[in-house]
Design a protein around this ligand. Structure first.
Ligand code: HEC
Length: 147
């Protein structure tokens, strides 16, 4: 009985991780017991790091400085394990590959203007993949655009 309830609870939480964008900003009550399922998947961790990096790059570009790019960040994108298998269908890899191309263009940009347009292109690739696999974070991703 207890197991069944736990399974149902974890299914709800897993679905929420892809649909409820507000979840992360709600402060959690402090507790010494941390359930396993609170750990982000390998893919979700990469996503969070990419999101943070893109926010930092946006801030740099907005004050006229080139932003950082670290290809280590996206190295495991294609092989990373998602929270749920269905979060990575056959279209994942082509999206990831075009994303990686956009990412390389950011590193190749020689000036702020060029990097801003490469950055905005990258954000477009984030959104394109998310339309297929994980729509919850799209409003947050769209805030990464530089106007
Ligand atoms: C090739 C497809 C793809 C691309 C490209 C992509 N994402 Fe994701 N993203 C996903 C999938 C699938 C998940 C769900 C991962 C999981 O829960 O394991 C996800 C999850 C996320 C999450 C939620 C992570 C969490 O805390 O649960 C954020 C935020 C995110 N992506 C931001 C971005 C940003 C920003 C970019 C571009 C810099 C991006 N994504 C590019 C497929 C993609």
């Amino acid at each position: 009985m207890k197991n069944k309830a736990l399974i149902i609870l974890s299914v709800i939480l897993l679905v929420a991780s892809c649909s409820n964008d507000a979840k992360e900003t709600v402060p959690k009550k402090k507790s010494t017991w941390k359930p396993e399922m609170d750990q982000p998947s390998e893919l979700a961790s990469i996503m969070r790091a990419m999101n943070t990096e893109a926010l930092e790059r946006k801030a740099s570009l907005e004050v006229g400085e080139l932003g950082k790019v670290s290809s280590d960040l996206i190295f495991n994108l294609i092989t990373a394990t998602p929270t749920e298998p269905h979060m990575k269908g056959p279209a994942f890899e082509p999206h990831a590959n075009s994303f990686i191309k956009s990412y390389e263009a950011i590193g190749a940009a020689e000036n702020v203007e060029g990097q801003i347009s490469a950055h905005n292109n990258l954000v477009k690739s984030c959104v394109a993949c998310h339309m297929n696999f994980c729509q919850g974070p799209i409003p947050r991703i769209e805030k990464l655009y530089i106007q």
